[in-house]
Design a protein around this ligand. Structure first.
Ligand code: PGA
Length: 252
């Protein structure tokens, strides 16, 4: 049985006081959901604060990005060992906003995944197609390319310590969600790709769905056999909404 994971990707949001009240709110409800993993992904500047606020809770901490390499002349960048040092366990890799806005190509995404594994962080590899790609029938080819480019660099065994997030680009922040059936079809395809490389990893790897997940659509998505939780953007900035999504993911 794969343990469900609900991850809140806060993106570039939050002041110190907003972060404090969001964590207080999440923390108050989170104890009721001990059957799932709950993870928050604040900005770099809020990581230390959130780490301190999460002491003596089961809520996990991750970053939204890293730069390959341990240290060096990379102005503005943050490395995997630095994230470990301040108490992170997880890191998003290849979010579509990084791929699009920051022009991260397949090679850089793969290098970041490798850096996360080397630092002993759990990478959450984000994959997903654009609206045009879906219309052209290219969804599976795009996902395969995004996944295989990482597997080629790090090998399949690195995925023992990784999570995959399927996030159709057309569903992120748009209010359009993939139907549970659409999402399930892609999740099953991803699991099959992993199984082609290593059957046991395919059985245990968690594959999250992301893209306009809200409390009212979460339950139907999480009922799908290959959906193991969610990567939540907008709705993770409101403690009640986020907790309602956690509630929806709890197996009864
Ligand atoms: P959204 O974002 O829930 O606001 O669509 C999801 C994500 O980008 O991870």
């Amino acid at each position: 049985m794969r343990k469900r994971l609900i991850a809140g990707n806060w993106k570039m949001h939050g002041s110190v006081s907003q972060v404090k009240s969001l964590i207080t709110g999440i923390q108050q409800g989170a104890q009721s959901y001990s059957t799932i993993d709950i993870l928050v992904l604040p900005t770099f500047v809020h990581l230390s604060l959130v780490h301190d606020l999460l002491q003596s809770t089961a809520i996990k901490l991750g970053a939204q990005d890293l730069y390959p390499g341990a240290q060096g002349a990379f102005t503005g960048a943050v490395s995997g060992p630095m994230l470990i040092d301040i108490g992170c366990q997880y890191v998003l890799i290849g979010h579509s906003e990084r791929r699009t806005i920051f022009h991260e190509n397949l090679d850089l995404v793969a290098a970041k995944f490798k850096a996360a594994i080397s630092a002993q962080l759990f990478p959450i590899l984000c994959v997903g197609e654009t609206n045009d790609e879906r219309k052209q029938g290219e969804t599976e080819a795009i996902i395969e390319e995004q996944l295989e480019s990482v597997i080629r660099l790090v090998g399949i065994h690195a995925f023992q310590h990784a999570i995959i997030a399927y996030e159709p680009v057309w569903a992120i922040g748009t209010g359009l969600t993939a139907t549970p059936e659409q999402a399930q079809a892609v999740h099953a395809f991803i699991r099959k790709l992993i199984a082609n490389n290593q059957v046991d990893i395919a059985k245990t790897i968690r594959i999250l769905y992301g893209g306009s997940v809200k409390a009212d659509n979460a339950r139907a998505l999480f009922a799908m056999p290959d959906i193991d939780g969610g990567l939540i953007g907008g709705a993770s900035l409101d403690a009640n909404q986020f907790l309602n999504i956690c509630e929806a993911s709890c197996t009864k």
